[in-house]
Write a protein that binds this ligand. Sequence first.
Ligand code: CTP
Ligand code: CA
Length: 225
Amino acid sequence: VRELVCPKDMAGMKVVVSAGATCEPMDPVRYITNHSTGKMGCAVARACMLRGADVTLLCARDAGLRVPFVRNVPFVTAKDLFEAVKENVMDADALVMAAAVADYRPAVVAEDKVKKADGALSLALERTDDILAWAGANKPENLYLCGFSMETRDLIENSTAKLHKKNLDLIVANNLKVPGAGFGVDTNVVTLISADGAESLPLQSKDAVAMRIADEIVKHRKAKQ
Ligand code: CTP
Ligand code: CA
């Protein structure tokens, strides 16, 4: 209810958010994915929508993710997501990449089901494109770029390196091993890292974290005006 009466301080802004896990097929039956459920990205899409932004949510198709009152664009693979980002980001005010994108995909997708045989199976993997790094390298002047970073050690150091390497305005870093953070739960424990430094937030709902991220986007726009 508090969110419903929040100020419409993102009116006139276009925000693109990605949420959930990519799926990379190896044959018509199997695929490689990860544990992301898309809750954090959906919370960001909802928060920005409630604050009046025009929101496009690039959402993991197989997770059935949907947020009402936003434009939902489903993706399956990292390649699909890359295409969707390219199509939607150039006139956006902000891109929030909460999706958990595969770093590798099967190098060959078998047309028919791979049948089992005796002995081990080796699967060759190839790198996917780093979508956020592409956005950072091709960043239109007005685009606010927010990434997420999941680490199990050296959280601040590794996440700050990603902030710089990908030319981001903000990285939302979380340590998977901290209780209350990570996959599937409704809460998160994050550190916001930007050029201003690192701010560690206490355990709170993903909706509250999403509102903080929206605050940062609005703060950045006000500073530029
Ligand atoms: N990301 C992306 N494209 C990829 C991989 C990651 O856009 N192919 C984005 C994620 O959506 C996230 C950020 O980059 O916002 C950081 O993802 P993360 O997996 O934490 O970092 P990586 O740069 O992939 O490095 P590593 O997995 O080795 O820690
Ligand atoms: Ca990765």
